[in-house]
Design a protein around this ligand. Sequence first.
Ligand code: SF4
Length: 310
Amino acid sequence: MKSAETLLAMDRCERLAAWSQSWQVPAIHPTEVLKAAVDAGLLTDEDDPGQLAGDMVMTEAAERTLDIEGSQYSCAMNLAALADIIVTAIRASGGPWARPADLVGKTMTWESGAFLEPSGLRLRRVVLVSRWNSERFLAETNSWKCLGEVSIYQMPMTMTVVLIGQRRDGRHHSPWSKGWLHPQSRTLRIRKRSGEFDGKWIECWRETSDFNKEFWIEQLRQDYVLNDVLFEKQIKVPEQGVMAKIRHLAEKKLQRLAKMTETPEPTLSACFWPTPCKFAKGACWQFREPSERTGFVRISGSDCVAVPKA
Ligand code: SF4
C-alpha cells in the first residue's frame, strides 16, 4: 500500500492498516480494479493507454474474482470500457504521467500514490467518485491522499475529479457508460435535449455499442456533459507550520504501525461504512484472524511493517 492509503486505513481502523500490510482478500473490489487500471493507463507510454487500462481490468477480473453479486463478465466489461474511456479523455491533454520519487527520511519512507506534472512543481491526483458535492470536496482535500501528499512534497496539487456514477447491477450508471439511441436514425445522445427524448429512445451501453471511445467523448462534449463528469480542482499549499504538523503526524502514525507487535483491537463501528471493510466477512465478524486456510492471500515480500501477532 502507498503511504497515504496506509494512513487512511489507520484513521479508519488500526487493525485494517496492520492486516493490509500482510494480507489480500481473494475477491477484489471493482473500484479498486478500476483505480489501479486508470493509474496504469496514466503512467504508460503505450500508444493506446486507454486500451492498456481496459485490458488490465479484464486480466485482473480473470485472475481474481470481482467482489460483486451477479455477472462477473458484465461487470468486468463495464469497468474495462470505463477505464479505457477515462484514461483516453484525461490523456488527451498529454502524458504519460509520472510518480514523484519516494521521500526517504530518517524515520519513514513516503511512497507516493500521487502523480507529478512534467514541470516537477505540481502534484496531480485523479479521484473517481460516484457523486460530487461540497462535503466530498472537503473530505478529499483533507485526506492523506491530498493534504498528506501536498504537505510531504510541499507542492500544490491539481485534483482531477471523474464522476463515474453509482454501480447498480454490476454497471456504473453515468454518461461515460450510458447514452441513448434514436429509434430510427441510431443517433447517439448522452443528455436529453429539450423535447427530444421519449419512451422510444433506446438505452445504449458503451461496452456493447459500436461507437468508439473518441466518438463517445466527442458526444459528451457536444451534449455539454464532459465538463460535468471531468473537471479539476486546485489545492494550494498550506502554510509551513501546518505542513510541518501534518508531516509529524504522518511520521508518528507510520512509526506506530511499524512497531506494532499485537493485533490492534477491532473498530466495529467502522466495519461497514462508508464501504464494507475487506476483513469484515472472513475475519473480524467471524472472530478470527485472516489466514490462507480461510481464503486470504499473504502478500509476498511484505516489508512495510512488522506483522502483528494475535
Ligand atoms: S472488519 Fe472492522 S474491525 Fe476488522 S479490520 Fe475491518 S474495520 Fe477493522
